[in-house]
Write a protein that binds this ligand. Structure first.
Ligand SMILES: *[C@@H]1O[C@H](CO)[C@@H](O)[C@H](O)[C@H]1NC(C)=O
Ligand SMILES: *[C@@H]1O[C@H](CO)[C@@H](O)[C@H](O)[C@H]1NC(C)=O
Ligand SMILES: *[C@@H]1O[C@H](CO)[C@@H](O)[C@H](O)[C@H]1NC(C)=O
Ligand SMILES: *[C@@H]1O[C@H](CO)[C@@H](O)[C@H](O)[C@H]1NC(C)=O
Ligand SMILES: *[C@@H]1O[C@H](CO)[C@@H](O)[C@H](O)[C@H]1NC(C)=O
Ligand SMILES: *[C@@H]1O[C@H](CO)[C@@H](O)[C@H](O)[C@H]1NC(C)=O
Ligand SMILES: *[C@@H]1O[C@H](CO)[C@@H](O)[C@H](O)[C@H]1NC(C)=O
Length: 334
């Protein structure tokens, strides 16, 4: 980095001479902790915004500044960076691609935009334009209210998508272009329902986290297509009823969390195709009945968490579980 230092200053001077005088005229400070830090002259915003560059990571902390534009942002040359993190920022005035170009990042794989400061906004379709190589996107805790349904059409390679703690609702076509997704985390979004076929094309998805939403009854069609899903996290929702065949495609499911819902009874038909379940969480449900050998087709079952329910006939049920396969059933019910 040291060798690039003079070159960089020259570049900044050229930009200033060329009349781009609205550009933040920052200097690079390498004296601090091994990281590169941009030191910008005072402007109403730059006193708040700080930019640090590590070996593969560039972090912009806006500290709740109102704008993220040329007055705050310098230019730089960081080809080796593959991860960009924005904290406490508004959306960049000229889009994320402008940020990537501005720092001459040639291949951005991971983008985190978290603790975003604007209130209740929509992320528009073109926001991620030009980020085709993105592998991981985290938009958590950013006050996002809606996403344009076309938002992901430019990021077909995404495998990890996190949108926790927003107010984003699901819609049927949102993930259509994301056939390489392996992980979705959308906990704490106030989601009430899952439209049919929302995940239909996500045949590589391994984990789906939807806990702490307001999802009501689970119905057929909601989880269709998820043939590779290993973990389904639905705790702390409002699930009362699970329709037969809701989980019919979940043949790889190993971990199912339904704790802290309001499910009064479960029957075998609900889990008919889920033969690979290893651990199932059912605690805190007001669960009263487990009908017709509900776990009998689980050949790999290891743990069933059943505490804090109202099960009366547990002893009977327990005696009918395929004991050979069950290593441990949590029977803390009193
Ligand atoms: C963030 O901004 C506040 C004023 O809004 C300031 O008091 C604080 O020192 C800033 N924090 C950092 C890390 O710059
Ligand atoms: C950006 O990186 C490319 C490839 O390393 C290099 O050729 C180019 O000069 C850089 N541009 C700037 C403005 O530094
Ligand atoms: C943002 O939306 C939430 C939920 O709809 C609402 O409670 C809150 O008042 C809104 N905030 C602003 C600043 O509009
Ligand atoms: C998508 O990912 C594959 C495999 O990781 C890679 O070969 C391909 O170049 C990527 N496409 C883009 C546009 O980055
Ligand atoms: C998905 O990943 C594979 C390899 O991992 C890659 O070849 C393919 O181009 C990717 N699909 C899309 C739609 O980018
Ligand atoms: C969802 O799909 C199921 C079966 O796949 C169907 O019975 C149900 O009517 C569909 N629901 C809606 C709202 O279209
Ligand atoms: C669901 O499956 C159970 C068998 O486990 C059956 O008794 C019940 O009638 C089925 N419900 C519907 C609506 O088909």
């Amino acid at each position: 980095m040291t060798s690039k230092f003079p070159y960089f200053l020259i570049l900044l001077n050229l930009l200033a001479i060329n009349g781009e005088d609205t550009q933040a005229n920052c200097e690079i400070d390498t004296s601090n902790t091994g990281a590169v830090e941009y030191v910008c002259p005072p402007s109403p915003y730059s006193t708040k915004t700080s930019i640090h560059v590590y070996s593969k990571l560039l972090i912009i902390d806006c500290n709740n500044t109102e704008v993220l534009d040329d007055t705050v942002l310098p230019r730089g040359n960081h080809n080796n960076i593959f991860k960009l993190v924005l904290k406490k920022c508004p959306l960049p005035a000229k889009g994320f691609k402008d940020l990537v170009n501005r720092f001459n990042i040639t291949s951005l794989k991971e983008l985190t935009f978290t603790l975003g400061t604007a209130a209740n906004y929509t992320i528009e379709a073109n926001e991620l334009t030009g980020l085709e190589e993105l592998d991981s996107l985290d938009l958590s805790e950013s006050n996002i209210l809606t996403l344009n349904g076309e938002i992901f059409k430019n990021t077909p390679n995404l495998s990890i998508l996190k949108m926790n703690r927003n107010e984003i609702k699901l819609n049927e076509n949102l993930f259509d272009n994301l056939q390489n997704l392996t992980n979705i985390a959308m906990f704490s979004n106030g989601i009430r329902t899952i439209p049919n076929n929302t995940f239909k094309k996500l045949t590589k998805l391994k984990t789906l986290e939807l806990w702490n939403n307001k999802i009501g009854d689970l119905k057929r069609g909601m989880f269709d297509g998820l043939k590779e899903l290993k973990l389904l996290e639905l705790s702390k929702n409002r699930i009362q009823f699970i329709e037969n065949d809701t989980f019919k495609d979940l043949t790889s499911l190993a971990y199912l969390n339904l704790a802290k819902n309001v499910i009064p009874e479960l029957t075998r038909k609900v889990f008919e195709n889920c033969r690979n379940i290893e651990i199932i969480w059912l605690k805190y449900n007001g669960l009263m009945f487990l009908r017709d050998d509900v776990f009998s087709q689980f050949h790999k079952l290891e743990v069933v968490y059943l505490s804090d329910n109202n099960l009366m006939e547990l002893q009977k049920m327990y005696s009918r579980v395929r004991k050979t396969y069950v290593k441990y059933i949590c029977l803390i019910i009193l």
